[in-house]
Design a protein around this ligand. Structure first.
Ligand code: F6P
Length: 368
């Protein structure tokens, strides 16, 4: 149903990703060109839920001037958080015991109080799951798929992924020479949560010898055999890319911890592989964790372009009266898919996709 829109808000939630500022600019400029007013919510939804924490205002007006020159910048001018999930807000209970509280009704009321007619939510599965609940509670909402992990369903790609893969590939390129000089095995851990997209794409592009992803539980002996085979062929070093969510056959993901209202913190997968591989392969193994470096820096041209397209398309969706949808890339165009469908399952690497088959054809070991 079309509704006359006058004021919209934008939020950025969860881990930052290159391209957030480009989306923000596209939304603001497109909305202003339609005669709408635009506001940015500080730090996820915290600007609306904890207004007292923002003496300068938790909801800031966004003008053409505020978004000038930001397309190529990493991070987000609005700030973000992965601690402020309104559905599971860490709250002090009686006796000081902390618990997760659903504050979504309060949040919907805060949008109304500020006369916001619609929301453009930029996020991954967590943030867009929240956006879906807000839309079900009556807030006109359109989502934009963000995450370096590329694990959101119903879109060919999320913005931020290409920048992360490009940077990881550049790092792998640099590691080849030092690995070769020292005849070492370099184990490179990359982000991606429970999906292996970053590891797979960067690993192939950066000519890794082995790639360990969550979708294919590994046998460390197979990885060691692969390293020994390299030596037999006269190559005295190796590059092993490990997704942070990779796990051994019959084993579990390396988890650093879990805080209230937050997702599990992953880490240590690379160290674990290096420690087990070194004695088996008979070569020194060193670990590099690329971690948050993958989230930093300027978006690639590809990410800038899809971010600008996604932002403008989100505003068109609102103008057309849509709500509860996510803008999705379906080359050569974008389409709108229900937020519920996009967030109901994680998009993992299909084992029969040509990328996996081609990697195997190229002799890359998956530890299986
Ligand atoms: O979801 C993006 C992501 O970068 C994951 O790959 C990673 O596990 C997580 O965020 C880490 O987030 P943070 O350290 O900011 O909590």
């Amino acid at each position: 149903m079309k509704k006359n829109i006058k004021r919209i808000a934008i939020n950025t939630g969860g881990g930052d990703a290159p391209g957030l500022n480009a989306v923000i600019r596209a939304v603001v400029v497109s909305a202003i060109n339609k005669g709408w007013e635009c506001f940015g919510i500080r730090d996820g939804y915290n600007g609306l839920m904890m207004p007292g924490d923002y003496p300068e205002g938790g909801l800031i007006p966004l003008t053409r001037q505020s978004v000038r020159g930001i397309t190529h910048l990493g991070g987000t001018i609005l700030g973000t958080t992965n601690k402020g999930n309104p559905l599971k807000y860490p709250t002090k209970g009686p006796g000081g015991k902390m618990f997760e509280k659903d504050r979504s009704d309060e949040l919907v009321a805060a949008f109304k109080k500020n006369n916001i007619d619609a929301l453009v939510a930029l996020g991954g599965d967590g943030s867009l799951g929240i956006a879906n609940v807000l839309s079900e509670k009556g807030l006109r909402t359109v989502g934009v798929p963000k995450t370096i992990d590329n694990d959101l369903d119903k879109t060919v790609i999320t913005f931020g992924f290409d920048s992360a893969v490009s940077f990881a590939t550049e790092c792998l390129d640099r590691l080849h020479s030092t690995a070769e000089a020292h005849r070492r095995i370099m184990v490179v851990e990359v982000m991606g949560r429970y999906a292996g997209w970053i590891a797979l794409n960067a690993g192939i592009s950066g000519t890794a010898d082995a790639i360990l992803i969550p979708e294919i539980p590994y046998d460390i002996n197979k990885v060691a055999d692969c390293m020994k085979a390299l030596v037999k062929r006269g190559k005295h070093y190796g590059i092993v890319v490990v997704a942070e969510g990779a796990k051994p056959k019959g084993g579990t993901v390396s988890v650093l911890g879990k805080e209230l209202g937050r997702a599990e913190k992953l880490g240590g997968a690379g160290e674990r592989v290096a420690a087990e591989l070194q004695p088996l392969a008979g070569k020194e193994c060193r670990t590099v964790v690329l971690g948050h470096l993958l989230r930093g820096g300027s978006p690639t041209t590809f990410d800038r372009l899809i971010s600008l397209r996604f932002g403008a398309a989100a505003v068109r969706a609102l103008e057309e009266g849509r709500s509860g949808v996510m803008v999705a890339l379906a080359p050569p165009t974008v389409q709108y898919v229900p937020l519920k469908e996009a967030t109901s399952r994680m998009k993992t690497v299909p084992l029969d996709c040509d990328t996996i088959l081609s990697a195997r054809d190229l002799g890359i070991c998956f530890g299986d």
